[in-house]
Design a protein around this ligand. Structure first.
Ligand code: BES
Ligand code: ZN
Length: 456
């Protein structure tokens, strides 16, 4: 039934690549207020593009933060299911720029990979759904499902305005399934559906000792150094088994089931290859867990950034007044971001030396999620992946977070389907982010097939 759209896809791959490159040229960096106009430009570009390809309803909507792009087509009719596509058009800051082989907002293809910030996370994956719709419109093929798109501009900064927006637009966003392509597949040529994402609790600890930076010879030995104190506090956050020492951190964590662990052990996950891709030969996991388990299904605590004292060239004999650390915890089912942030606060308050003061800031959080593997959309997606790749897809969990998924599921009362085509090696959030054009094209064809299967 979807022959004409699939033929259209194979005949228009070069044009699809060019359109994605246009989208990628817009530096929609949500974290940096200096780029706010570019973030809006990306929303406008996407809305124009959706109108051009044939979406009957397209709007750029205000949220109080960066806008969302909303589009819908209900022409399939009330007897057909409705798919809500969620994605994001904002990107992470590209720094450090000198580590990019080519500039982050000048997309280029090398070895079949499209290099640009946002190529895999998430503009390339959003465009798979856009191009699938184009294939139906341009061939005059009726859409097999009703479609709604909500593409936001704040995912990379915590999606603060999206849950209230979805809450206020529940009726308009009503659907049978939420489909998201903002995750990875198991490996090149090995399809998978992501059935779990970790949550997040992100905090910042600011320590202040003396009221100004001091001469380390004149004062050293007489006062406690905030950098030394913070280093000790951080070092004590893990024990010898690499378990987090914060009191109550593991309370309620749902233990991994023996059959889940057995199924994951069967996956063709190569620890040496995974380590090699990031320049390592040895990993570090919580005792008793494999790298795959520890990175997808166990909670973690990591310093994401820290600073104190002299950072310039050469040496400066200074005893710093302040030290800070940004700390994120990835959370699993049974943990709650607010509760974990409170436990971290209590931990730091308890262990803070009486020689300094602390300002503890809760930056953002998101709930962990698990998806139901029995829903009809899963079956339709498994079939579509089999048609594209000629093999069965795996169910897997992933370690990243998409904070709004739990809110979308809760507010709209339906499950989510995470149909991702990234790879761990795509360097998302890193220099030289890239997306394989083969995966972009396979993703478009898979979405076409998924809609056909789900609407049949
Ligand atoms: N696409 C990622 C989430 C992701 C990455 C899922 C890898 C699965 C595997 C998303 O854009 C992202 O980076 N999310 C942030 C959320 C944070 C900024 C609140 C994350 O996970 O750090
Ligand atoms: Zn991201």
């Amino acid at each position: 039934m979807a022959d004409a759209p699939l033929d259209y896809v194979s005949d228009h791959l070069d044009a699809f690549d060019a359109d994605l490159s246009d989208f990628l040229r817009i530096p929609s960096i949500s974290a940096d207020p200096a780029y706010a106009a570019d973030v809006r430009r990306a929303a406008d570009w996407l809305a124009d593009h959706l109108s051009q390809i044939g979406f009957p309803t397209v709007e750029v909507r205000e949220t109080g933060g960066h806008p969302v792009v909303f589009a819908e087509d209900r022409s399939a009719g009330a007897d057909k299911p409705t798919v809500l596509v969620y994605g994001h058009y904002d990107v992470q800051p590209p720094d450090p720029l000198d580590l990019w082989t080519s500039p982050p907002f000048e997309p280029v293809v090398r070895d079949g990979q499209l290099y640009a910030r946002g190529s895999a996370d998430d503009k390339g994956q959003v465009m798979m759904h856009v191009k699938a719709a184009e294939a139906f419109y341009k061939t005059g093929t009726p859409l097999p499902v009703n479609l709604k798109l909500i593409i936001e501009g704040e995912e990379e900064v915590g999606s603060h305005h999206l849950a209230p927006y979805v809450d206020a637009h529940q009726g308009e966003l009503a659907c049978d399934v939420i489909v998201i392509s903002d995750t990875a597949m198991f490996d090149q040529g090995i399809p998978s559906i992501t059935v779990g994402l970790r949550g997040l609790a992100y905090v910042q600890v600011n320590l202040t000792g003396p009221d100004r930076d001091l001469h380390s010879g004149v004062y050293g030995g007489g006062v406690e150094n905030p950098a030394n104190a913070l280093a000790k506090l951080i070092a004590d956050l893990h024990d010898a088994d690499h378990r987090v020492t914060v009191e109550g951190f593991y309370d309620g964590v749902v233990p991994l089931k023996a059959d889940e662990r057995a199924a994951w052990a069967e996956l063709p996950f190569d620890e040496a290859k995974w380590l090699g891709e990031i320049g390592l030969t040895v990993g570090k996991t919580e005792k008793g867990y494999t790298i795959l388990e520890a990175t997808t299904a166990r909670p973690t605590l990591d310093v994401n950034g820290m600073g104190s004292g002299y950072q310039g060239e050469g040496s400066k004999t200074v005893l710093p007044s302040k030290a800070f650390a940004k700390i994120s915890c990835r959370l699993v089912p049974g943990q709650d971001p607010k509760d974990i942030a409170q436990k971290l606060r209590r931990h730091f308050e308890t262990h803070l030396p009486d020689t300094m003061t602390m300002d503890f800031v809760e930056l953002h959080g998101g709930q962990p999620v698990l998806m139901d593997t029995d829903q009809p959309a899963m079956t339709a997606a498994m079939d579509a992946l089999r048609e594209t790749y000629g093999r069965d897809a795996y169910f897997m969990r992933e370690g990243g977070s998409i904070p709004v998924v739990a809110d979308l599921k809760r507010i709209l009362g339906v499950d989510a389907l995470l149909l991702g085509f990234g790879l761990t090696a795509d360097a998302i959030h890193s220099p030289d982010e890239h997306f394989g054009l083969d995966r972009y094209h396979e993703g478009i064809a898979t979405v076409v097939r998924f809609w056909g299967n789900y609407g049949a």
